[in-house]
Design a protein around this ligand. Structure first.
Ligand code: NAD
Ligand code: LMR
Length: 333
């Protein structure tokens, strides 16, 4: 057995973490041979709830979970961590857009960026889940200058999973038969769920999703808006934001980042742009990536971009530039 991975989950007394920590601790993310030391961070008023989560995790008697450290202070929580799942932040309520959370949440990520810089391993891999996820990841990276940009990501896998599931349901095939749905841009209602490269395994062989669905009007309209607005639809129904599906998507994101993507497939992650596809370098934007077994990733290049796609990719880029500028003025103000 290898050394335990030290995995930090923030917002550990919250909804998403309640589903996330069990999957990580069971081996669903880092594999059945990889022991895990879970560090659970929340804020002081949540200490009692956090202790309850620790009791439950203990009571699962999991073979791979070597240690559980509940904390309500940042400095010890970020010490020597290998992985940071930055979930802790306020969720939006009905009628809010994710960027409405910016002023309240972005300062958390300034502080946690500073803590990553001071205390974490330089190899730490960071996934930001707390909203507005892309801009929070941008701020965390800004305040952790000595950690490589490629170690920062934000979650858009939930949007990808939503898109994949919508297509599978429309075609009446299992979810696993659908691949390569791309999410471009922001984890917000301006995101662009793109099926131009998506494939589906049918009884007649592998087809492009566009050919298999055979309804461009649905793919260019209802499909896109359903995925863009799914978070709001869940909030309207549950009166709480998505949690089980967000935790599952976080696990998918991390598993692919640690184990690599399958031959011929790619996945979408919010990452620090290198300027590909005309997206300004430094912006945290969701791109399709292939990931090698060592965890290094490459943005999938040379995807043909139609005028329709360009307009949508630019609209979500513009929103991210506005969020970035607002976040910087909150952090510097
Ligand atoms: P929640 O309110 O149930 O839990 C959030 C937890 O974070 C709370 O326990 C809170 O005390 C804690 N917290 C607040 N500030 C903290 C800090 N500075 N350090 C550590 N912990 C802190 O919310 P939730 O439903 O778990 O959602 C968490 C975040 O994830 C929200 O911002 C939500 O909008 C976002 N989210 C993102 C996605 C995505 O796909 N990117 C999906 C769903 C939800
Ligand atoms: C989601 O996509 O479900 C989350 O980001 C929660 C939200 O505010 O939509």
């Amino acid at each position: 057995m290898s050394e335990p991975l030290k995995v930090l989950v923030t917002g550990a007394a919250g909804q998403i973490a309640y589903s996330l920590v069990i999957s990580i601790a069971k081996g669903d993310v880092f594999g059945a041979d990889q022991p895990v030391h879970l560090v659970l961070l929340d804020i002081p008023p949540m200490k009692a709830v956090l202790d309850g989560v620790v009791m439950e995790l203990m009571d699962c008697a999991l073979p791979l979970l070597t240690e559980i450290t509940p904390l309500v202070e940042e400095a010890p929580a970020f010490k020597d961590i290998d992985v940071a799942c930055l979930v802790g932040a306020m969720p939006r309520k009905e009628g809010m857009e994710r960027k409405d959370l910016l002023a309240a949440n972005v300062k958390i990520f300034k502080s946690q960026g500073n803590s990553l810089e001071k205390y974490a391993k330089k190899t730490v891999k960071v996934v930001v889940v707390g909203n507005p996820a892309n801009t929070n990841a941008f701020i965390a990276k800004k305040y952790a200058p000595s950690i490589p940009a490629e170690n920062f990501s934000c979650l858009t896998r939930l949007d990808q999973n939503r898109g994949q599931a919508q297509i599978a349901s429309r075609l009446g095939v299992p979810n696993k038969n659908v691949s390569n749905v791309i999410i471009w841009g922001n984890h917000s209602s301006t995101q662009f769920p793109d099926v131009s490269q998506a494939k589906v395994v049918t009884s007649a062989g592998v087809k492009s999703v566009r050919e298999a669905v055979g309804d461009d009007d649905w793919l260019n309209n209802a499909f896109i808006t359903t995925v863009q607005k799914r978070g709001a639809a869940v909030i309207a129904a549950r009166k709480l934001s998505s949690a089980m599906s967000a935790a599952k998507a976080t696990c998918d994101h991390l598993r692919d980042w640690f184990m690599g993507t399958k031959e011929g497939t790619f996945t979408s992650m919010g990452i620090v742009s290198d300027g590909s596809y005309g997206i300004p370098a430094g912006l945290v934007y969701s791109f399709p990536v292939t990931i090698a077994k060592d965890g290094s990733y490459k943005i999938v290049q040379d995807i043909p971009i139609s005028d329709f796609a360009r307009q949508k990719m630019d609209a979500t880029k513009k929103e991210l530039e506005e969020e970035r500028d607002m976040a910087c003025s909150v952090c510097e103000g």
